[in-house]
Write a protein that binds this ligand. Structure first.
Ligand code: CA
Length: 228
């Protein structure tokens, strides 16, 4: 699941990116308001963590532009000032929640998860299942037939994407944009290598085989046809 963090303070930005990545999210990071505005308006993020005090285009303008454009992505805004005015303003502009800096990362993560769960995303069930493959989303765990499969964060994100889009052929470019971040070069064979590793863990010891290569097109996860 892909999030956008808009934060100009390098330390906070890096801390957020690292923490959220470790929690299993794909994180796009904008280090100024202009990039943040652009990514917020054009990206496909499930949630935006938005710092209010930015040197160029501030968080209020980004939030207002988003809502005026009818984009209803959840926004958690970060404010340095513990001012009621700021909070009211943010919520009036259509933010979904706010945190006052400094905050504990665990607090931010809990808010993010709550917003995503509350969200408009019907795919946010706690569990996803195809055949005997089960993804436990809150715990970031996968199993087949009750056997736990140990996956890295990236592998889990990749598998989650394939399961959510079951039956669709996903081109490498789409996988790159959803599982890696925006700076990722999808011409590399990183995706093929990741898929190979994932298949070794998810399919090799189990049946039916779920992940398939569609030559020249990409990858898909689905139940095999009866005659396969
Ligand atoms: Ca700031």
């Amino acid at each position: 699941m892909k999030l956008l963090v808009v934060e100009d303070e390098a330390k906070t930005a890096d801390y957020l990116r690292q923490g959220l990545s470790e929690a299993g999210f794909v994180v796009d990071l904008a280090r100024n308001g202009l990039d943040g505005h652009h990514l917020a308006m054009t990206g496909d993020h499930e949630l935006i963590v938005l710092d209010v005090m930015l040197p160029d285009v501030d968080g209020w303008r980004i939030l207002r532009a988003l809502r005026e454009a009818g984009r209803d992505v959840p926004v958690l805004f970060l404010t340095a000032r513990d001012s009621i005015d700021d909070r009211v303003k943010g919520l009036e502009l259509g933010a979904d929640d706010y945190l006052v800096k400094p905050f504990a990362f665990t607090e931010l993560l809990a808010r993010v998860r709550t917003l995503l769960r509350r969200g408009r995303n019907p795919a946010l069930a706690e569990k996803l299942q195809v055949a005997d493959l089960v993804l436990d989303l809150p715990r970031r765990r996968a199993s087949r037939g009750g056997t736990r499969i140990n996956l890295s964060n990236k592998e889990f994100a990749l598998l989650e994407l394939l399961v959510r889009r079951q039956g669709e052929v996903l081109p490498r470019s789409l996988i790159a944009s959803q599982v890696w971040d925006m700076n990722f070069d999808s011409d590399t064979n990183v995706i093929d290598v990741a898929i190979r590793r994932l298949r070794a863990k998810v399919d090799d010891a189990f049946s039916p085989k779920l992940i398939r290569t569609v030559r020249g097109m990409g990858y898909t996860l689905d139940l095999p046809d009866a005659d396969d």
